[in-house]
Design a protein around this ligand. Structure first.
Ligand SMILES: [Zn+2]
Ligand SMILES: [Zn+2]
Length: 147
């Protein structure tokens, strides 16, 4: 089995196991033993496992990543605003990756969802923006929000 694993999808080193967490699809991402790789993978692929994410942040003594609430474009449906809450992960080479924790058609609905999800989580900052963003946010675009 080991020889077929290939590279860690986060850092590119030799992978040591396959993530078998179930989401809408089973994951099958190959990862190495580094907890930081595991944490990054959880933020991106399994943001709903927020209790596990918080536990890992505590163990690694890393600052809990912030959550951004903003709007996403829905190019196929004009004039429909979709709100999204997601982790804001500093991206290699600058900028941020905005992962998807929950989406909703109304801000109040989104806040309700988010509150439920954050129950078992670390205290973490939630920031709000009126802007539309894609999942990759160049640092220049978001500088006003994050100091
Ligand atoms: Zn790795
Ligand atoms: Zn996974």
């Amino acid at each position: 089995m080991e020889q077929a694993l290939g590279k860690c999808m986060v850092c590119g080193e030799q992978a040591t196991f396959t993530c078998k967490k179930a989401g809408s699809l089973n994951c099958w991402t190959t990862l190495c033993d580094r907890d930081l790789c595991k944490l990054l993978h959880l933020y991106i692929a399994h943001p709903n496992l927020i209790a596990e994410i918080s536990k890992l942040e505590n163990e690694l003594k890393v600052e809990p990543v912030k959550i951004l609430v903003g709007k996403i474009n829905q190019p196929s449906i004009t004039d429909v605003v979709i709100y999204k809450a997601g982790f804001l992960i500093p991206y290699e080479g600058g900028g941020f990756l905005w992962t998807t924790l929950c989406v909703h058609e109304t801000l109040s609905g989104l806040e309700e969802d988010l509150e439920g999800k954050l129950k078992d989580a670390n205290e973490r900052e939630v920031m709000y923006t009126d802007q539309f963003f894609n999942s990759k946010i160049p640092s220049g675009l978001i500088e006003g929000l994050i100091s």
